[in-house]
Design a binder for this molecule. Structure first.
Ligand code: GLA
Length: 725
C-alpha cells in the first residue's frame, strides 16, 4: 500500500517506489511534517519535528505537553496565518469578524484508490484506480468552522505525488480567502540550491541556479498567465547536484495564471517551500456552504540527480496529463506560414505552400493569423471570427478541399481570449474586455483581453468558433494568447469580488478549452502565447503540444529546449525549422527534431539541395519519432554550462534504441569529442548505424565514443544506435 496510517503513532506514510513522504498528527491535532526524500522503510522519524531548542520570541501552545513545542519552529503540513507561526503561511482566511487568524488542525481522513478530478481545473488523472492512491485529510479551524481538505495522491510506480487543497466554508457567515497555497513542504536544512526557469519573449525558460539563503526567495507571475518570465516550475536540489548525482525535488504547478513559488529559510535554517496561486492580487469570497479548490502541485523526488527528476516528470506527463486522441499516436508533421508571410497571404499562395509541402512528405498546412475579419495587420479584427473569403479566394471549405486534395491535413490559428480595439466586436461590446471603469486601458499589440470571467463572453466566443470549426474539416487549432492582463476588473462582479477576476479568467479559459476538446475530440490543439508564454501543465491538459518559443534560431533554441525539458517532455515542445538565421538546414532539423517537429517558412524558396535535406529530415522524423516522443531524455552537455557545444540523447524505454545529437555553438579547441552515452543496457550490444561498428552498452557509457565531426559554428551531428542480438 503506498499510503498507510499508523493509528497508534498517528503517522501517515506516503511511499512511491523510490520516495517516502511522512507526517504526523501531533498533540492538539497539529499536522507536523516529518520527512520527504529517498524511500525509507520505517516511520521512526519523529525526532525530526524538533528544530533546535525552544527559542525566545516563538510562541507556544499551552495545551501541548511539550514546552519545547512552538508552531513557529515546527515543520507543518499546512500552516495558517497569525497563530504562532511567523513564517510565510500556506493559507490565510479573512474571517467574518475581520481578523485573518487561521489555524487548521487534523479532524479526519480517508484513503482510497484512484485520484479525484478537481472541479473546473486541469489535473493529473488516472484511467485505472490501481495507478494511484489518494489521501484526503480533513482539517478544521475550530474557531471559524472553516475547513481545509488536503489532497495527496501518490503515483507509486512513477516516484511522484500531487497535492491540492479545497477550502470549505462550513460556517454560517461569509469569509474571504486571502491566500491558498496548494502545497507546503518543509526541509530540515537549507543546504540546497534552487533551480528556476526565467526568461522573456523569445528567450523562455533559461535555467538559473542559486544557493538558498535566509529569508524568502520568491518566483512568481502576476501577469494573468504563467508567463515567459518565470515558469511555474522550481526544484530544490542538493548543493552541487548534477544530472546524475544528488537529490532533486521538483515542483510544478498545474495552472496557467498567476502563480508563486516561495522558499523561506527560517531562523534554524530549515526551509519551507510553498507553491500555488499567487496571493498578490488574489482574494476569494466564500459564502457559507461553498468551497474553493486550488490547482495542484506535482512533486517529483529523485535520488539520482536532476536528469532522473526530469525523466520522471516526462513519464508522468505523457501518461497522466496529456489526454485525447493525440496522446499516443503520431502527430502530423506540419508547415506553418507565419514566419514566411505574416498576415499578408492569399489562399492561392498557401495552396502553393501545400503543393511543395506535399512533394516533400509534410502532413499538414497550418494557416496562421490573418484569415478572419479584416485582419491585415495586428491592429485590428481580433474577436471578428468570420472567414475573410476575399483573402482566401473562396469559402474556407473550398480552400480546405484544395489542401486536402493534395493529401495534406489542415490547421488554423485562433486567439480566442482577445479583442482588438479596432473590431466589430469591440464596437458592439466595449464592456466585454477586462477593464477598470474610468481608467485608461493599457494597450498591448493594439489589443485588449476579453473578460473570460463572464459566461456571456465565453458563450459568444465559443459559439463563433463552433460555427467555423463544425462547418469545416479542421484537424488542428493553434490557440494563441498575445498579451498580459492589466487594469484587472470585471463589469459583472461586485466590488468585493474584483480580486477574483484573475483566477476567474483562468477558470473561464479552461471552461472554453474543455468545451472545445469535448466538441472536437479529434482536433489536435497546439497552445501558444507569443511562443511559450503559457508553457505549463495546465495548458498541456487541453493541448498535447505547445509552441515552445517564437525564437526559431537553432542555437538560441538550445538553451530554451534544455530549460523546457526540466519537466516537460519532448512530445509537448513545438519545434520548427525556419528560414531564418545562423545555421544550415541540417542543424535546424537536428534541433527541431527534439520536439513536435514542423516547418515555418516558404517552401517555394527551397533550392534543390534544401529539398533533399528536407526529404531526409521528414524520413528521420518518422524513423526517430518513437524514441524521441516516448523515450527517455539524457541531457549530456548543457549549453548553459559549456560555451562550445550542447549534446543530448534519447533512449527507448526498452533500451534497444538511442539517438545522440550534438550541436557546435562556438568553435571548440578539441576536434575529437568523447561522448559518454547514458541510459543504455551495459550488457547489450549496439550497432552504430553510420559505421556499422558494434559496441557494448558498457563501452559506450563508460569509455564513451570518440566522435570526429565538424567543429565549425552551427554544425551538428546525430548518431543512431540500435541493439543487436
Ligand atoms: C504569436 C505566435 C506566432 C504567431 C503570431 C500571430 O506571436 O507566437 O507564432 O502565431 O502570434 O500573430
Amino acid at each position: 500500500m503506498p499510503i498507510t496510517f499508523d493509528s497508534e503513532k498517528r503517522i501517515f506514510k506516503l511511499d512511491t517506489a523510490t520516495s517516502s513522504y511522512i507526517f504526523e498528527i501531533y498533540e492538539e491535532n497539529y499536522i507536523v511534517h516529518l520527512y520527504y526524500g529517498a524511500k525509507i522503510p520505517d516511520c521512526n522519524v519523529t525526532q525530526l519535528k524538533y528544530r533546535g531548542s525552544f527559542p525566545s520570541f516563538s510562541p507556544n501552545n499551552i495545551n501541548v505537553s511539550d514546552p519545547m513545542f512552538s508552531p513557529d519552529i515546527t515543520p507543518l503540513e499546512y500552516s495558517g496565518e497569525g497563530t504562532g507561526d511567523f513564517r510565510s503561511a500556506a493559507v490565510a482566511v479573512r474571517n467574518a469578524d475581520g481578523n485573518n487568524s487561521t489555524d487548521f488542525r487534523y479532524k479526519s481522513h480517508k484513503i482510497y484508490g484512484g485520484k479525484p478530478a478537481i472541479e473546473g481545473l486541469p489535473a493529473l488523472y488516472v484511467e485505472n484506480d490501481a495507478d494511484a492512491q489518494t489521501l484526503e485529510l480533513l482539517a478544521e479551524d475550530s474557531v471559524t468552522g472553516v475547513q481545509a481538505v488536503l489532497y495527496y495522491t501518490v503515483f507509486e510506480n512513477l516516484g511522484a505525488m500531487t497535492r491540492s487543497v479545497k477550502i470549505i466554508n462550513a460556517s454560517d457567515r461569509p469569509v474571504e480567502i486571502e491566500k491558498v497555497y496548494s502545497s507546503c513542504v518543509e526541509f530540515h536544512t537549507h543546504d540546497y540550491e534552487l533551480l528556476t526557469l526565467y526568461g522573456k519573449w523569445g528567450k523562455e525558460r533559461s535555467l538559473e541556479r542559486r544557493a538558498l539563503a535566509h529569508g524568502r526567495q520568491l518566483v512568481s507571475s502576476k501577469r494573468g498567465s504563467s508567463s515567459h518570465h518565470h515558469n511555474p516550475f522550481a526544484a530544490i536540489v542538493d548543493k552541487g547536484a548534477t544530472e546524475d548525482y544528488g537529490s532533486a525535488y521538483g515542483f510544478n504547478l498545474v495552472y496557467s495564471g498567476n502563480f508563486a513559488f516561495e522558499a523561506e529559510v527560517n531562523q534554524f535554517a530549515g526551509t519551507r517551500v510553498l507553491m500555488g496561486i499567487n496571493p498578490d492580487g488574489f482574494g476569494w469570497k466564500l459564502e457559507p456552504g461553498s468551497s474553493f479548490s486550488s490547482p495542484e502541485v506535482v512533486m517529483v523526488y529523485s535520488a539520482n540527480g536532476i536528469g532522473e527528476m526530469s525523466r520522471i516528470f516526462h513519464r508522468l506527463y505523457r501518461k497522466h496529463l496529456i489526454r485525447g486522441k493525440w496522446k499516443d499516436i503520431k502527430r502530423p508533421l506540419l508547415i506553418n506560414n507565419w514566419e514566411a508571410t505574416g498576415m499578408e497571404f492569399t489562399g492561392e499562395q498557401l495552396v502553393t505552400f501545400a503543393e511543395r509541402a506535399a512533394e516533400l512528405g509534410i502532413d499538414m498546412l497550418v494557416m496562421d493569423d490573418g484569415w478572419f475579419g479584416n485582419r491585415d495587420s495586428d491592429r485590428c479584427a481580433l474577436g471578428d471570427w468570420t472567414v475573410n473569403e476575399k483573402k482566401l479566394g473562396g469559402t474556407l471549405s473550398e480552400f480546405i478541399e484544395k489542401i486536402n486534395a493534395l493529401g495534406l491535413k489542415f490547421g488554423i490559428w485562433y486567439e480566442p481570449e482577445m479583442i482588438s480595439r479596432d473590431s466589430e466586436l469591440y464596437r458592439a461590446h466595449p464592456d466585454w474586455c477586462i477593464h477598470v471603469p474610468g481608467r485608461e486601458k493599457s494597450i498591448a499589440r493594439y489589443q485588449y483581453v476579453l473578460d473570460y470571467s463572464r459566461q456571456d463572453v465565453r458563450d459568444y466566443i465559443f459559439g463563433e468558433m463552433y460555427k467555423v470549426l463544425s462547418a469545416n474539416k479542421i484537424d488542428y487549432l493553434k490557440w494563441d494568447f498575445n498579451r498580459n492582463l492589466t487594469e484587472v476588473g470585471s463589469a459583472q462582479l461586485p466590488p468585493e469580488r474584483q480580486k477574483e477576476v484573475f483566477h476567474r479568467f483562468v477558470l473561464g479559459t479552461y471552461e472554453v478549452m474543455d468545451r472545445l476538446t469535448k466538441a472536437f475530440p479529434d482536433m489536435l490543439i497546439e497552445n501558444c502565447s507569443g511562443g511559450g508564454g503559457r508553457f505549463d501543465p495546465g495548458m498541456l491538459y487541453y493541448s498535447p503540444q505547445i509552441w515552445t518559443s517564437d525564437n526559431t534560431d537553432p542555437i538560441e533554441r538550445l538553451s530554451i529546449q534544455f530549460g523546457t525539458s526540466m519537466c516537460y517532455p519532448a512530445s509537448t515542445m513545438g519545434a520548427h525549422v525556419s528560414a531564418s538565421r545562423r545555421t544550415g538546414y541540417e542543424t535546424k532539423g537536428n534541433v527541431a527534431l527534439w520536439g513536435s517537429f514542423g516547418y515555418e517558412l516558404d517552401p517555394n524558396k527551397f533550392t534543390e539541395e534544401d529539398k533533399k535535406i528536407v526529404k531526409q529530415q521528414v524520413g528521420e522524423y518518422h524513423k526517430y519519432y518513437d524514441v524521441i516522443h516516448f523515450g527517455d531524455l539524457y541531457r549530456l552537455i548543457s549549453p548553459s554550462e559549456n560555451p562550445f557545444r550542447a549534446a543530448w540523447e534519447f533512449v527507448s524505454e526498452d533500451k534497444t534504441e538511442a539517438l545522440l545529437t550534438s550541436v557546435v555553438m562556438r568553435k571548440p579547441e578539441d576536434r575529437a569529442l568523447f561522448i559518454k552515452l547514458k541510459g543504455l543496457d551495459p550488457d547489450k550490444y549496439y550497432i552504430d548505424e553510420d559505421t556499422h561498428e558494434v559496441y557494448s552498452g558498457a563501452l559506450l557509457m563508460n569509455a564513451g565514443l570518440c566522435i570526429i565531426a565538424s567543429t565549425d559554428d552551427g554544425t551538428s551531428f546525430k548518431k543512431y544506435f540500435k541493439a543487436v542480438e
